[in-house]
Design a protein around this ligand. Structure first.
Ligand SMILES: Nc1ncnc2c1ncn2[C@@H]1O[C@H](COP(=O)(O)OP(=O)(O)OP(=O)(O)O)[C@@H](O)[C@H]1O
Ligand SMILES: [Mg+2]
Length: 234
């Protein structure tokens, strides 16, 4: 597989074409942003950590029947993935209260939610990724009702599987954001799953092992990402 020209540079990753039109290379940068890029910085080796952590989780989900764009871990920072047409919706699941859920609804951080909460945000930096519901999605033609049903079913399945996966590692999956894409008429999981896109707390201590350490200048950021990688690599 040959790497070709750059397609897109985002806040955390760069996409490159390959000599095969069905595949692209996802390059993971150390760039970190928060609060819709109002805060910018670098987390040393974050790209390496997130590439490996995403690889482990995509492989696990595949073994449990969840299709994703993941094809191969190519190098420290590069992942070969199927090229998809991204559905511009950030799909969020919350198991415990944290972040904007606390800000928006006054919930106490860390409270276990009586059932997982599914949220959709419009993947659009210009509008600050606003919350939206199924009716917004339909009239904006972002996804068909059938596609949304598939996305919803996969998301709850992914949540149940990842909660189990992390619990075995003595980690709490507080919440996460995922993206899906269209590939040869199918909806598959895309983008990444990492401490950049999940809130992961150590069970018992509640120690934060995710991008909140960067958001709130908590220090030991690299160590937290390394700790998650160590555990998922077991
Ligand atoms: N398999 C894929 N094929 C095509 N595009 C993809 C695939 N997986 C992810 N993408 C897109 O590639 C980009 C990756 O870059 P990055 O995550 O840095 O993006 P971003 O969209 O700028 O920012 P953010 O995701 O933080 O809003 C994203 O826009 C993502 O939706
Ligand atoms: Mg992204």
């Amino acid at each position: 597989m040959e790497k070709k020209g750059q397609i897109y540079e985002g806040k955390a990753k760069i996409l490159y074409n390959t000599n095969d039109p069905d595949f692209v290379i996802q390059y993971f940068k150390d760039d970190a942003t928060a609060f819709n890029a109002a805060k910018k910085g670098t987390i040393e080796n974050k790209g390496v950590f997130n590439n490996k952590i995403s690889t482990k989780i995509f492989e696990y989900l595949k073994s449990e029947g969840v299709p994703s764009h993941f094809e191969k871990h190519l190098s420290d920072r590069e992942m070969l993935v199927k090229k998809v047409e991204i559905v511009p919706i950030e799909v969020i699941i919350r198991n415990k209260a944290a972040g904007s859920f606390c800000r928006n609804y006054g919930a106490e951080q860390g409270v276990e939610l009586s059932s997982p909460v599914l949220e959709y945000c419009y993947k659009c930096d210009e509008f600050n990724d606003p919350l939206m519901n199924e009716y917004h999605i339909q009239v904006l033609n972002l996804a068909t009702p059938e596609e949304l049903e598939v996305i919803k079913n996969y998301t709850f399945k992914i949540n149940a599987l990842m909660k189990q996966f992390f619990a075995k590692l003595n980690l709490d999956l507080v919440d996460f954001k995922i993206e899906f894409g269209r590939c040869k008429g199918e909806i598959i999981l895309a983008d990444e799953i990492s401490p950049d896109t999940c809130r992961i707390w150590e069970a018992g201590t509640g120690k934060k092992l995710d991008k909140d350490r960067f958001r709130h200048d908590m220090g030991d950021i690299e160590e937290a990402y390394q700790e998650v990688l160590n555990r998922v690599s077991k």
